[in-house]
Design a protein around this ligand. Structure first.
Ligand SMILES: Nc1nc2c([nH]c(=O)n2[C@@H]2O[C@H](COP(=O)(O)OP(=O)(O)OP(=O)(O)O)[C@@H](O)[C@H]2O)c(=O)[nH]1
Length: 137
């Protein structure tokens, strides 16, 4: 039996009116630095996953998202060396405010077909075909 700790992280594909998806680059000094990922973060004790996402989107990007605008899309399940990641991926097309890199992270709006050009954490790779299917090229 594996004794890897299960870590719950929630993430979101923010989709703009051109069907592009927002990627954020992990800052230097963090694990997996330089890789491009979906906005989100760890679910803190006492939080519901949707609350986590709403909080992270406010802190990281300065946008306000309503819970009703978060729809479940798929999830990632990936064994990293020191933990097992379980990561629900939501999709969101509606928010208030302008997306800003409040934590100094690089941001990029990317077409689904172009996602493969951005190095992502290994857990994220199986998610790409879902976005291509849903949003097209
Ligand atoms: N937000 C996000 N995290 C992801 C993605 N893919 C993926 O493997 N992760 C992993 O999920 C974890 C998210 O944690 P986090 O961003 O809240 O926290 P962190 O590593 O910065 O650590 P810390 O907040 O404890 O300093 C990291 O281990 C990150 O590598 C993704 O697409 N988005």
């Amino acid at each position: 039996m594996s004794s890897l700790k299960l870590t719950l992280v929630v993430a979101v594909a923010l989709v703009d009116t051109d069907n592009r998806i927002l990627l954020a680059q992990r800052p230097e000094g963090k694990q997996l630095a330089g890789l491009w990922e979906f906005p989100g973060g760890k679910v803190e004790p006492g939080e519901r996953p949707e609350e986590t996402l709403i909080r992270e989107l406010r802190e990281e990007l300065g946008i306000a998202v309503k819970e009703a605008c978060l729809a479940p899309l798929t999830f990632a399940s990936h064994a990293y060396e020191s933990f097992h990641l379980l990561m629900p991926l939501y999709i969101c097309r509606r928010w208030e405010g302008f997306v800003q890199p409040l934590e100094g992270q690089a941001l990029k709006w990317v077409r689904p077909q172009e996602l493969r050009a951005y190095p992502m954490p290994p857990a994220d790779e199986p998610l790409i075909p879902f976005l291509v299917d849903l949003l097209g090229a």
